[in-house]
Design a protein around this ligand. Structure first.
Ligand SMILES: [Zn+2]
Length: 315
C-alpha cells in the first residue's frame, strides 16, 4: 500500500464515521439514547422519571409529566390564564417568523405558552405549582408567560396556599423585547404579594435556568431547591460560562454555575435528585405551615383582599 492509497483509505474511514453520526431527527425517532456513552432504551429512562438509572443524568421532563410524577396522574388541575390579544406586536422575523416559531412551539409542547400552572396537593396540603417547558422557545418568558405566573400567584393567594415554581429557561424572550423584560417586574410584584401574605414560596431549579428568570423570581424564593444529577446537577446562572470566562479572563471550576456550586456559594439551599423533590417539599411545607397557621394565616383575610387587588392592578 503506497502513501496515496493510505490517504484514500483514511479519507473513506472519516467519511463513513461522519455519515454514521445520527441527525437530530434520527435521534428523536430512535428507541435508544446514549447519555453515558452506551446505548440505553428510552423506555427505561422514561419509566424512571426521565432519569438515567446508569449515570443519574436528569433528562428533560415536560411540566405535565412532572406534575403527574409529583402528584400522580390526573391529580392536578390546570390553571387557565388570560391571553394577550397580540402575541407579536413587533412583527418579529429572523431566520423564521416569530408567529411560525410560536405555532411550532405550541404544536411540539401542546401548551399555549411556555408555563403550565396547576392546583394540586402535597402531603394533603393545597399547593399551586408552575413549571416552565424548556421546549417552548427555550423556556423564554413573554407576555402570556407573565400572565400565567400572575394567575397562578393570584390562585395561591385566594386559596391561602404555598406557591412552587419549577424553572427552566434561557431568559426573557427577545422577540417581544421590552414587553418581555417587563414581566420580570410584574412577576416579582406578584411574588411580593404572596410574601406579604406569609405564604411559602419554593423554587425548584431544573436544567438549565439562566437569564432574566434567575434575575427575577427564581432568586427571591424562601427555599431554593436545585435539581441534581452528575457533574454538579442543573445549570443555574445569569450570564453564560463563556461570557464570564471572557469578561473575567480567569479559569473557572468545572462545576461552575451548577446548582451544587451555587449551593457552596449560598445561592441554593438544597440539591436533590428529581424523585426526592416532591416528598421533601411536602415535609418542608408541613413544618412551615404549622408555624404559620397559628400566627398569621387565619388573621390575614383583609391583607389577602388588598394584595389580590394590587396583583390585579399589576396585571
Ligand atoms: Zn446515562
Amino acid at each position: 500500500m503506497n502513501w496515496l492509497t493510505k490517504i484514500i483509505t483514511a479519507a473513506e474511514k472519516i467519511k463513513t464515521a461522519v455519515r454514521k453520526r445520527a441527525s437530530k431527527t434520527e435521534m428523536a425517532a430512535s428507541k435508544y439514547m446514549s447519555c453515558h456513552g452506551v446505548p440505553i432504551e428510552k423506555k427505561i429512562i422514561q419509566q424512571n422519571n426521565f432519569i438515567c438509572p446508569e449515570c443519574n443524568f436528569h433528562h428533560f421532563i415536560s411540566p405535565s409529566q412532572r406534575f403527574s410524577m409529583m402528584f400522580g396522574e390526573n391529580n392536578w388541575k390546570k390553571i387557565n390564564s388570560p391571553k394577550v390579544k397580540d402575541e407579536d406586536p413587533y412583527r418579529w422575523e429572523d431566520t423564521k417568523k416569530y408567529t411560525d416559531r410560536l405555532k411550532e412551539a405550541k404544536k411540539i409542547t401542546g401548551q399555549d405558552n411556555a408555563i403550565l400552572s396547576c392546583e394540586a396537593k402535597i402531603n394533603d396540603i393545597d399547593v399551586v405549582v408552575s413549571a416552565v417547558n424548556f421546549k417552548f422557545i427555550g423556556g423564554s418568558i413573554s407576555m402570556n408567560e407573565g400572565e400565567n405566573v400572575l394567575a397562578a400567584v393570584q390562585t395561591a393567594i385566594e386559596k391561602k396556599c404555598p406557591y412552587i415554581f419549577v424553572s427552566a429557561s434561557g431568559g426573557m424572550r427577545m422577540m417581544t423585547n421590552m414587553l418581555s423584560l417587563m414581566q420580570m417586574t410584574r412577576m416579582t410584584i406578584a411574588i411580593n404579594e404572596l410574601k406579604k401574605n406569609n405564604l411559602p414560596y419554593i423554587v425548584v431549579i431544573s436544567n438549565p435556568t439562566t437569564g432574566g428568570l434567575s434575575a427575577s423570581i427564581v432568586s427571591t424564593s424562601d427555599i431554593c431547591i436545585g435539581e441534581g444529577g452528575p457533574n454538579g446537577g442543573a445549570t443555574y446562572a445569569f450570564a453564560g460560562r463563556r461570557i464570564v470566562e471572557a469578561t473575567t479572563k480567569s479559569d473557572l471550576p468545572e462545576d461552575f454555575q451548577t446548582v451544587t456550586w451555587q449551593k457552596s456559594k449560598g445561592q441554593v439551599d438544597l440539591v436533590l435528585d428529581r424523585k426526592e423533590i416532591a416528598p421533601t417539599i411536602g415535609t418542608l411545607l408541613s413544618i412551615l405551615l404549622k408555624k404559620h397557621k397559628s400566627e398569621n394565616i387565619e388573621e390575614n383575610d383583609s391583607l389577602v383582599e388588598k394584595s389580590l387587588q394590587k396583583t390585579k392592578e399589576a396585571s
